[in-house]
Design a protein around this ligand. Structure first.
Ligand code: NAG
Ligand code: NAG
Ligand code: NAG
Ligand code: NAG
Ligand code: NAG
Ligand code: NAG
Ligand code: NAG
Ligand code: NAG
Ligand code: NAG
Ligand code: NAG
Length: 493
C-alpha cells in the first residue's frame, strides 16, 4: 500500500506542478499582453454599434481592439484603405495598457451627428471622419483632445460655426473641414495653432475677412480657404508664409494687388486666386518653383509679364495646365480648379456624350470650339437641344434637355452652385426637379485637385484626341462605379 500510495501521491504531485506552471504562464501572458483601456473599448464599440459598423478581421481579434493590424509596427499611412480602422499605442503602464491613438471612420456613408462617445477616446492624435454625411455642429468637447495632430472632417454635411474650443488644439498639424456647410467667421485662433502645416477650409460658407492672424502660420505648406460668402480680404497676411507650396484662395472677394512677395515665396508651386477682386498689374517676377497659376475672374489689367510665356516654355511638360482663353486678349490665364471636382468632371462627360464630341475642337467655327461656350449661347436662346449629337436621329427631348441642364449645373464656377452627386443622380432619374440654371458654366479645367490629396490627377479635358477622351472616360467611369451609377449613351438617347 505504501509504495502504491507514494506512487499515486507522486502522480498527483506532478499534476499539481504542471497545473501550477501552466497557470503561472497564463498569468504572466495575461499580464504581458497589453489590454485596451476598457473605457475606450466601450466608447469604440458604442460608436460602431450606433453606426452598424464592424471592424475588419485584421484588427479586432477576439474582442480586443488593439490587436492585429491595430497594434503592429506598420505605419498607419501604409494602410490607407482600411476603414474603419484604429491604431493603438500599447506602451502605457510599462507596456500593459493600450490607448487608441488613431481612428479612421472615413467614407463609410454614416449619417448623424458626431457621436458623444468619441470624447472618451482622449488619446487620439489622428481622427479622420471625412467623406460621410455627418450633420450638426462640431461638439465643444473637441477641445479636450489635447494630443490631436490630424483632424479631418472634410466632405460631410456639418454646419454651424466652428467651436472656440478648437482653438485649444495647439498640437494640430492638419485641420480639414472643407466641403461642409460651416458658417460664421473664420476663427482668429487659427493663428495661434503654431504647428499647422495644412488647412483645408474651402467649400463652406464662412464669412470674411480672412483673419490677419494667419500670418503667424509659418509652417503652413497647404492653405485652401475659398468660397467665403461675404466681406473682403487682402493678401497681406501671406508674405510671411515661407513654407507655402499650395495656396488656394479662390472665390473670396480678395481685393488689392497681387503682392510681389507672394509670387516670390520660395516653395510655392500652385497658386489659385481665381474669382476674386484683384486689381492692377501682375508682378514682373515669379518664383521658379511656381508651376500652376490661376488668376481667372479678377480685374487684373496691363499686359501679361514676360514670365507668363517664359513659364510656358520652361515648364513645357506642364503646359497643359495653362489654358489661355483666346478671346480674352491674353490678359489673364484661365485655369480653373473646381471643388467637387468629380461633379464637375461628370458634368463635362455627360455633355460630351449628349453632344457626341469632345469638349474642345479647334477646327470648328469659333462659336463652336468650346462645347460649353456653344451650349451656353444656345441655352440663352432657348435652343439648348441644338447641342445634341446630329447623328442621333431620334431621341427623347425631355430626357436630353434634363441631361443638358444637369451638365450645366455640375459645371458651375462656384462649388456652392454645383449639386452633390446624390442630387445629380436624383435629377437624372427624374426623382428630383432640375433646378433652373442661372449662371454660365465655368471654363473647363484640364486637371483636377482631389480632396485631401496634394498630388494632381491630370485629365485633359481640352484635348480633342480620342486618347484624351478615353482617359477621361476611364476616370469618370471609376467615379460612376463608385457611386453605382451607370450612365449609358443609349439611356441618354
Ligand atoms: C470586436 O469583437 C468583439 C467580439 O467579436 C465584438 O463584440 C466587438 O463588437 C468588436 N468590436 C469592434 C469595434 O468591431
Ligand atoms: C465615458 O466614460 C465614462 C467612464 O466609463 C462613462 O461614465 C461615460 O458614460 C462615457 N461617456 C460617453 C459619452 O460615452
Ligand atoms: C481651452 O483653453 C482655455 C484657455 O485658452 C481654457 O480656459 C479652457 O479650459 C480650455 N478648454 C479645454 C476644453 O481644454
Ligand atoms: C502668433 O503666435 C504667437 C506665438 O505662438 C502668439 O502669442 C500670438 O498670439 C499669435 N498671434 C496671433 C495674431 O494669433
Ligand atoms: C467685395 O469687397 C468689396 C470691397 O470691400 C465690397 O464692396 C463688396 O461688397 C464685396 N462683395 C461681396 C460679394 O461681399
Ligand atoms: C455676412 O452674411 C451674414 C448672413 O449671411 C450676415 O449675418 C453678416 O452680417 C454678413 N457679414 C458681412 C460682413 O457682410
Ligand atoms: C488698371 O486698374 C487700375 C485699378 O483698377 C486702374 O487704376 C488703372 O487705370 C487700370 N489701368 C488700365 C490701363 O486700365
Ligand atoms: C486687346 O487689347 C488691345 C490693347 O492691348 C485693345 O486695343 C483691343 O481692343 C483688345 N481686344 C479685345 C478683343 O479686347
Ligand atoms: C464669382 O463668384 C461669385 C460668388 O460665388 C459668383 O456669384 C460669380 O458668378 C463668380 N463669377 C464667375 C465669373 O464665375
Ligand atoms: C494621392 O494621389 C496620388 C495619385 O493618384 C497617389 O499616388 C497617392 O498615393 C495619393 N496620396 C494619398 C495620401 O492619398
Amino acid at each position: 500500500m505504501q509504495p502504491r500510495r507514494r506512487c499515486v501521491g507522486g502522480v498527483s504531485g506532478q499534476l499539481v506542478w504542471v497545473v501550477l506552471v501552466w497557470s503561472w504562464r497564463m498569468l504572466v501572458e495575461a499580464q504581458q499582453a497589453p489590454k485596451t483601456d476598457p473605457i475606450e473599448v466601450a466608447a469604440l464599440n458604442a460608436i460602431f454599434a450606433r453606426w452598424g459598423l464592424t471592424a475588419s478581421p485584421q484588427w479586432n481579434i477576439s474582442g480586443e481592439p488593439c490587436s492585429g493590424f491595430a497594434s503592429d509596427g506598420i505605419d498607419w499611412d501604409n494602410r490607407p484603405n482600411i476603414t474603419p480602422f484604429i491604431k493603438c499605442d500599447c506602451s502605457y503602464n510599462t507596456n500593459t495598457v493600450c490607448h487608441i491613438t488613431r481612428l479612421r471612420l472615413r467614407e463609410l456613408n454614416v449619417i448623424g451627428q458626431i457621436p458623444s462617445e468619441l470624447q472618451n477616446l482622449t488619446y487620439l492624435v489622428d481622427l479622420d471622419m471625412g467623406r460621410n454625411y455627418l450633420t450638426g455642429a462640431i461638439p465643444s468637447f473637441i477641445g479636450t483632445f489635447s494630443r490631436m495632430q490630424y483632424l479631418s472632417l472634410g466632405s460631410s454635411a456639418l454646419s454651424g460655426p466652428l467651436p472656440k474650443e478648437l482653438g485649444n488644439l495647439t498640437n494640430l498639424i492638419s485641420l480639414r473641414v472643407s466641403d461642409n456647410e460651416f458658417t460664421g467667421k473664420i476663427p482668429d485662433y487659427l493663428g495661434s495653432l503654431p504647428n499647422l502645416v495644412e488647412l483645408a477650409f474651402h467649400g463652406n460658407s464662412f464669412e470674411g475677412p480672412i483673419p490677419e492672424s494667419l500670418s503667424n502660420l509659418t509652417k503652413l505648406t497647404t492653405l485652401r480657404l475659398g468660397d467665403i460668402v461675404n466681406g473682403s480680404s487682402s493678401l497681406a497676411f501671406i508674405s510671411n508664409l515661407a513654407s507655402l507650396s499650395l495656396l488656394d484662395l479662390s472665390f473670396n472677394n480678395i481685393t488689392g494687388q497681387i503682392p510681389q512677395s507672394l509670387l516670390n515665396l520660395g516653395n510655392i508651386q500652385s497658386l489659385f486666386l481665381g474669382n476674386n477682386s484683384l486689381t492692377g498689374r501682375l508682378p514682373e517676377v515669379i518664383s521658379s518653383s511656381l508651376k500652376t497659376i490661376d488668376l481667372s475672374y479678377n480685374q487684373l489689367n496691363g499686359s501679361l509679364p514676360s514670365w507668363a510665356t517664359q513659364n510656358n516654355l520652361q515648364f513645357n511638360k506642364y503646359q497643359s495646365k495653362f489654358y489661355t482663353y483666346s478671346k480674352n486678349n491674353g490678359t489673364t490665364e484661365r485655369i480653373i480648379q473646381p471643388e467637387k471636382a468629380d461633379i464637375f468632371a461628370f458634368g463635362v462627360l455627360m455633355l460630351e456624350i449628349v453632344a457626341g464630341r469632345p469638349n474642345t475642337i479647334n477646327s470648328l467655327e469659333e462659336s463652336k470650339i468650346y462645347l460649353f461656350e456653344w451650349l451656353w449661347s444656345l441655352y440663352e436662346k432657348a435652343q439648348a437641344l441644338g447641342i445634341v449629337d446630329p447623328s442621333l436621329k431620334e431621341f427623347n427631348k425631355d430626357e436630353a434637355f434634363r441631361v443638358i441642364c444637369v451638365a450645366l449645373l455640375c459645371t458651375q464656377g462656384s462649388p456652392h452652385q454645383r449639386p452633390p452627386m446624390s442630387k445629380v443622380v436624383a435629377m437624372l432619374t427624374g426623382e428630383a426637379e432640375v433646378a433652373e440654371v442661372v449662371a454660365k458654366p465655368s471654363y473647363i479645367n484640364e486637371w483636377l485637385l482631389r480632396d485631401g490629396n496634394q498630388s494632381y490627377i491630370t485629365c485633359s479635358y481640352t484635348g480633342s484626341t480620342t486618347s484624351d477622351f478615353s482617359t477621361k472616360r476611364e476616370n469618370t467611369h471609376l467615379l460612376s462605379q463608385q457611386r453605382s451609377l451607370e450612365l449609358d449613351t443609349k439611356e441618354v438617347s
